[in-house]
Ligand binder design. Structure first.
Ligand code: DGJ
Length: 454
């Protein structure tokens, strides 16, 4: 049979391309197997952190259906659990009581005993003087000079009220509280390190205004402790960031100024200090439709001109940023006032983005708890020294009926395993590790925890 030269060439070409396809298939398969095993190895090579990953389920009975408050639905959007959340927020309901247990079950460092070092998310948490800790929307700084942790947050120990019926529930500015601890469980009140202003109504910190989500970082160059916070008016239209400084972690902090970063509105925010000393401001902007990230100046007192828009049209707030093995992670919430909603985890190779969304990090409890971030909203993620890849997820369980009686939800957060809900386009390969926040009614820090950063 006569075979034309063209035909042979064509067949050779086809053979070559099927060999190539086979090789690429093999490479793809090997990559999946490698990703699968490395992610398993990453999550399993820290045996002491394993106990934090116990999956605890909760029996939870949904209350019988009742009339939905149309104003509440408008505020939060419709949601499978809207009715239950309504009921949970109603201070006269039994459901509310079960998630805001009375002070008789408080975490009390004065008592210690068997419960010493046990974290109970949602219980009243007393300081070493026996008073309920007031540090909402807060964050923690580890200070190498004093080898202590400092927890800064909103002091909301005043009456909750509304300026007008449609307005957000609020407490007048009292100031930023600071608590110190060596073990992260027993906290000593260091007082109000940045007080609200009583008389000068034009002052940013006048009690009639809003001061939220204060975070403090230490500047190794200037030796100053720098605080950034959300500054607003009662209607949340001022939408600015404020800056304060101190020479000591326990203050007093001197308030410097507020401004709109890059001219944009800025509401929920956080700051993040990277290993190389560069610090960044993250802020919810363009009416909470997106987040912006910007490096701070070397003295941490201002922002640089660089800025990236991230998570555009995602409507995320309450950012809490952290880093593990060179990858940046962030937990955020949806925007629903004081009502809880599902958290999302995000990851990036560069702090300036692009940021990809991984999915809901909540594990255990039950679906209702996972869809409400265990009835809380993110505020900070603290790395645990001695346990790489293990963190404490810090969140607020807001009680809009009486904000001073909001609670803290601290839970273990680990990185490892495959991200199960790659939400952004990722070429079919789940390229990130999973971020998991594990529900525990009661938990302790594991043995491997070293207390101090070296
Ligand atoms: C949600 C924010 O995350 C909180 O810090 C606070 O601003 C409330 N909204 C007010 O409704």
């Amino acid at each position: 049979m006569k075979v034309s030269k063209g035909g042979t060439k064509m067949r050779n070409k086809q053979r070559k391309s099927s060999v190539l396809n086979f090789v690429w298939g093999l490479v793809g398969f090997a990559l999946i197997v490698w990703l699968f095993f490395t992610s398993r190895i990453n999550s399993s090579h820290q045996p002491s952190a394993k106990e934090l990953e116990k999956v605890e389920e909760e029996e939870f009975r949904l209350p019988p259906p009742h009339k939905v408050n149309p104003r509440a639905v408008k505020r939060r959007g419709s949601h499978k659990y809207s009715k239950v959340i309504d009921e949970y927020l109603d201070a006269s309901s039994a459901l509310h009581d079960s998630f805001f247990p009375s002070e008789t079950s408080a975490i009390n460092p004065q008592k210690g005993g068997n419960d010493s070092m046990s974290f109970y998310p949602g219980r009243v948490w007393l300081d070493t003087s026996g008073n309920a800790i007031q540090a909402y929307g807060g964050g923690i700084l580890y200070d190498h000079k004093t080898s202590k942790y400092y927890w800064y947050g909103e002091n909301r120990d005043g009456p909750t009220y509304q300026v007008h019926p449609e307005g957000a529930r609020r407490v007048d500015i009292i100031g930023v509280s600071c608590y110190s601890s060596e073990d992260l469980w027993s906290w000593t009140n260091e007082g109000i390190v940045l007080p609200g202003e009583r008389t000068d109504i034009t002052h940013d910190l006048h009690e009639s205004k809003v001061l939220e989500r204060p975070k403090v970082i230490y500047n190794d160059g200037t030796g100053q402790y720098v605080m950034w916070m959300h500054i607003d008016d009662a209607n949340y239209t001022r939408a600015s960031v404020g800056v304060a400084v101190s020479d000591s972690p326990t203050g007093p902090f001197s308030y410097l100024y507020s401004f709109r970063p890059h001219g944009f509105d800025s509401r929920d925010m956080t700051i993040f200090k990277d290993d190389d000393g560069t610090a960044y401001l993250f802020y919810a902007s363009r009416v909470n439709t997106e987040l912006h990230v910007s490096p701070l100046t070397n003295d941490y007192l201002n922002i640089t001109s660089a800025m990236r828009r991230i998570l555009i049209r995602r409507f995320r707030e309450a950012p809490a940023v952290f880093k593990a093995k060179g990858t940046y992670y962030m937990i955020t919430s949806r925007c629903s006032g004081w009502a809880p909603n599902p958290a999302l985890a995000h990851a990036a190779h560069s702090v300036m983005g692009p940021w990809e969304t991984l999915g809901n990090p909540c594990v255990g409890g039950n679906e209702f708890l996972r869809m409400t971030t265990f009835l809380s909203q993110s505020t900070f993620v603290l790395p645990l020294p001695g346990l790489p890849g293990t963190f404490i997820f810090m969140a607020d369980r807001w009680n809009p009926a009486d904000l001073r009686d909001s609670r803290y939800v601290w839970l273990p957060l680990t990185i490892g395993g495959l991200a199960d809900e790659a939400q952004d386009y990722s070429f079919g390969f789940p390229s990130w590790s999973r971020v998991s926040i594990y529900w525990h009614r009661k938990w302790r820090l594991p043995e491997g925890w070293s207390r101090r950063y070296t």
